[in-house]
Design a protein around this ligand. Structure first.
Ligand SMILES: Cc1cc2nc3c(=O)[nH]c(=O)nc-3n(C[C@H](O)[C@H](O)[C@H](O)COP(=O)(O)OP(=O)(O)OC[C@H]3O[C@@H](n4cnc5c(N)ncnc54)[C@H](O)[C@@H]3O)c2cc1C
Length: 527
């Protein structure tokens, strides 16, 4: 038994951010992490393939809030970013390819290979997304208003959003469409080249069990203009040494401020007295006391596994039960003896085709068909594969001369019809994904040294993510901002006094942003 000012359940990047901000204000903080390592889905593991630093789950960064890097002096703790330029490469089977990135001249030249009209429209399209992001970005660092019981403060919180919308004038309709609508009609209106549209549409369905024709997918489009790397807007990066470079830096900063971090410490129960939190109990029976506890876990786990139903209002519990955790993403990590040699852009030394995300998708209908299979409970016959090769710009993640590839694949549904994710089924699906790469880069399969295949069920078991949902709950409109995690509780507080949420389950949701952790700490520090 030990006593603390605050306990954080889970050492994901958000939990660590919360711990740091509380410790900065001289609170005595304990972080309890169930795995052998902190970081949650933002982690580097060195025991998967010997000699390789594998970003087991998340693999690219841009969204992590720069103010957190500054506040916590994370650069001094080894956090470093390697920019990706170009940011994407899409090879096609007719021998052509498309590169996109932060260099506007290159974008014009590259898109111009497919359509002069699209090349002309692309900067205007990005400017439109940029306008939408100016409305949304300030909300990320804000505590959302309480829609169920609005007070004056909640109405005031809506004011900046209303003003930003008003400033958009005639562009407001387009902004609403991006925030709520499907990606495909937007892309079809702006562009004519299927090559460009497929590249952009694959981004829109990442981690979502949805096709680009489904409402809510356009919301993800503006993520590629949002965020920053080294002060450059919209530039995505790899974290040096793998994504764990961020969470290890956070853990070091936390330890320096006196945070007690314990790994292999699974919380089994949140302790409550008179509707007020009093501490937690570990699976091994150890108990710790604190007047404030923040859960970095998703809502299903926090409220239905760590608490008893009678401790919560039935309406709240029913709302938690309604949260959508559907998922259909698979992660495959691959150790390679050589870089893929793409027919459309040959070369086996690191080149522009290897630095960014490699999109393997000919057109939007391909995504629709891949989704159709998953909709009926089958892994896609022709999956949508995107690959990143961080070793092409950060050799520290693989042994000399070798390479590391992350494959993120849609759609591999968590719930299968008449089947379960056995090793045999995983291997069959992974083989299909490798066939896709082989089509574009003959010889790829021969260069594979080892692979780690993580089905949605593996993601659930490894990272304790309900349903394998990579965002701790889908990022559909009805589960965002003042509706996340459930209406009436978007302010990081819960029906239990002293119990807070500090992870992706809360606003602004999934992604390696740190915003939920920082916002939660701000609320916890209020009297
Ligand atoms: C496969 C995959 C790929 C992704 N790719 C990207 C990407 O490239 N870029 C990006 O920005 N985002 C990506 N995401 C999303 C992003 O990684 C997550 O949204 C984010 O890391 C969530 O952070 P978190 O701290 O809120 O929660 P988590 O990372 O989920 O952390 C929660 C922590 O709690 C621990 N825990 C769980 N139960 C207990 C318990 N009972 N007791 C103690 N500890 C417990 C877990 O082990 C974990 O460490 C990806 C996610 C996945 C799964």
């Amino acid at each position: 038994m030990g006593k603390y000012d605050a306990i954080i359940i889970g050492g994901g990047h958000n939990g660590l951010v919360t711990a740091c901000y509380l410790a900065r204000e001289k609170r005595k903080v304990l972080v309890l992490e169930r795995r052998y390592i902190v970081g949650g889905a933002c982690v580097t593991e060195e025991n998967i393939f010997p000699g390789y630093k594998v970003s087991t789950a998340a693999y690219v960064n841009s969204l992590f809030r720069p103010e957190i890097v500054r506040d916590l002096r994370l650069r001094g703790y080894g956090f470093d970013l390697v920019e990706r330029n170009p940011s994407s490469f899409s090879p096609f089977l007719d021998g052509r390819y498309l590169l996109l990135g932060p260099d506007e001249d290159m974008n014009l030249r590259e898109i111009g290979k497919f359509s002069a009209r699209d090349a002309d429209n692309y900067p205007k399209y990005e400017a439109m997304l940029e306008r939408v992001s100016t409305v949304i970005e300030p909300t990320l660092v804000q505590t959302p208003p309480n829609i169920a019981r609005p007070g004056l403060g909640d109405l005031l919180k809506m004011q900046p959003l209303g003003k930003a919308m008003q400033k958009m004038g005639s562009a407001m309709g387009e902004a609403i469409e991006v925030l709520t609508g499907p990606a495909r009609p937007i892309l079809d209106r702006w562009f004519e080249s299927e090559q460009l549209k497929a590249t952009l549409a694959t981004d829109a369905v990442i981690g979502a069990f949805a096709s680009p024709s489904m409402p809510g997918t356009a919301y993800v489009l503006f993520h590629h203009v949002m965020g920053e790397t080294n002060g450059k807007r919209g530039v995505w990066s790899y974290v040096k040494g793998g994504m764990g470079g961020l969470t290890q830096a956070l853990a070091k900063a936390a330890a320096d401020m006196g945070v007690d971090i314990r790994t292999n410490a699974e919380v089994a129960k949140i302790l409550v007295k008179d509707h007020t939190v009093s501490g937690v109990a570990l699976a091994n029976g150890d108990e710790f006391e604190a007047p404030k506890v923040a859960s970095n876990l998703d809502c299903r786990l926090t409220f239905t596994k760590l608490l008893e139903p009678q401790q919560l209002p039935p309406d709240f519990l029913a709302a938690v039960e309604r949260i959508n955790y559907d998922s259909a993403s698979m992660k495959i990590n691959v150790a390679l003896s050589a870089l893929p040699n793409f027919t459309a852009c040959p070369g086996t030394t690191p080149g522009p085709q290897h630095r960014g995300t490699v999109h393997l998708c000919p057109d939007q209908d391909f995504i629709e068909r891949a989704y159709d299979d998953a909709k009926y409970g089958q892994p896609s016959k022709q999956p949508v594969v995107e690959c990143t090769i961080p070793s092409s710009v950060d050799p520290s993640v693989a042994p000399p001369g070798q390479h590391l590839m992350s494959m993120f694949v849609q759609y591999a549904p968590y719930k299968l019809k008449d089947a379960v994710w056995t090793d045999a089924l995983k291997d069959e699906f992974a083989d299909r994904c490798f066939e896709v790469v082989e089509q574009y880069a003959p010889g790829f399969k021969q260069s594979v040294i080892a692979r780690q295949v993580l089905s949605p069920v593996d993601l659930e078991n490894t990272f304790n993510l309900t349903g394998g949902n990579i965002f701790q709950g889908s990022m559909a409109l009805h589960q965002l901002f003042m509706f996340r995690p459930v209406p009436g509780f978007a302010g990081y507080r819960t029906p239990i006094k002293g119990l807070y949420l500090c992870g992706a389950a809360a606003h602004p949701g999934g992604g390696v942003m740190g915003a939920a952790g920082r916002n939660a700490a701000r609320e916890m520090l209020k009297r």
